[in-house]
Design a protein. Structure first.
Length: 351
């Protein structure tokens, strides 16, 4: 003890932690889980169920699992056909399964199994796929929604109807803000403000864990102008009595906004009518298909399209990253810029 603080230990005194020092309350565990995106939690839960089912058949203990059990499971995943595709899982999916196993052990406060052997098996699997020229060895990237593609997607919408107006805003803000689908779904009407220069969008960047203000100007073509699209949607929503709450809401086939969904007589989904990130993704995929666009179209297509088009237009890395909510020196953003520079700044040209 010291004169300043009688309860403080004297310098050099042995400090011994008790079980209480290492304990986490149920509230603290719930708060930690809430810090993981819902989509990741769902994916990890699916991966964990698959692992425990395999352990049950193999006569192994899933929790706590041994390094040998994890290595055997990864071997199984690299050879067993999945129920969905009839092929073994792709390397990124197996990586996620490993992350799910480790995360579940962390959450349960039990020793986390070593994954060194499992990762060597996965590395060898990647090499086999590459040497066999298997498409699973190549990274699966979403096609970028470049301006021509975006215009084609917008042209498929019936903007005389509320659903078409909503989907136009979804596409244009997703592109103009380089937003993830979860960030789009989280937008409220109060987050989008029209100014003389354009839209000021307050958007929560989940990876940065902070709000940013994204400025989206007027478009030269009224059909692809995000400001006019937002204005039209807000006017249509106000006419239906919706002047606050979520910006992007569920709309039924009769044009009713924010309707409550029921399954087996029980309400499901956000009671405010907010679209889910999966529903936002479906709009991107559906409009790309309606426009006859080939390739892989996901919610990330809008974000990739913005970064690629901005780079081709000569915008700097710093301006692109700050506008789109990328972390400084983001490897994902650098990958998009490489795609944009492959032809416009090709090192072979001129040699």
């Amino acid at each position: 003890m010291t004169a300043l603080d009688p309860a403080a230990p004297t310098p050099g005194a042995l400090v011994v932690h008790t079980a209480a020092d290492h304990a986490l309350s149920p509230d603290a565990r719930a708060a930690i889980a809430a810090g993981v995106p819902a989509s990741t939690r769902r994916a990890y839960a699916t991966d964990w169920r698959a692992f425990t089912a395999w352990c049950h058949v193999a006569g192994r203990l899933p929790l706590p699992a041994t390094a040998e059990t994890v290595a055997e499971y990864v071997t199984h995943l690299t050879t067993a056909p999945s129920a969905r595709t009839g092929r073994p899982l792709a390397p990124p999916t197996i990586e996620r399964a490993l992350a799910a196993i480790r995360t579940t052990h962390h959450t349960a406060d039990v020793p986390v199994p070593q994954t060194k052997a499992a990762r060597k098996i996965l590395s060898g699997y990647r090499m086999r796929l590459a040497l066999a020229h298997d498409v699973a060895a190549r990274p699966r990237k979403a096609d970028p929604a470049l301006p021509d593609s975006l215009r084609a997607m917008l042209a498929t919408l019936d903007r005389a109807r509320l659903a078409g107006q909503r989907d136009a805003v979804l596409l244009l803000l997703g592109y103009g803000c380089a937003a993830r689908v979860s960030e789009l779904a989280a937008l409220d009407i109060a987050d989008v403000r029209e100014t003389p220069e354009g839209l000021l969008v307050t958007i929560y960047r989940r990876k940065l864990k902070k709000f940013t203000e994204c400025k989206v100007g007027y478009g030269t073509n009224p059909a692809t102008c995000p400001v006019r699209a937002v204005r039209a949607l807000l006017e249509a929503m106000a006419a239906r009595g919706r002047t606050n709450g979520p910006l992007l809401v569920r709309i039924d086939r009769h044009g009713h906004a924010g309707v409550q969904i029921r399954r087996a007589g029980r309400p499901v989904g956000d009671p405010s009518g907010r679209m889910t990130p999966d529903a936002v993704l479906d709009v991107v995929t559906r409009t790309a298909a309606a426009a006859g666009l080939e390739g892989r179209w996901t919610g990330h297509s809008l974000r990739r399209g913005f970064a690629t088009a901005a780079r081709r237009a000569g915008k700097t890395l710093e301006r692109i990253g700050r506008h789109g909510g990328w972390a400084d020196n983001s490897t994902a953003l650098l990958g998009y810029l490489d795609d944009a520079d492959d032809w416009t700044d090709n090192p072979v040209v001129g040699l």
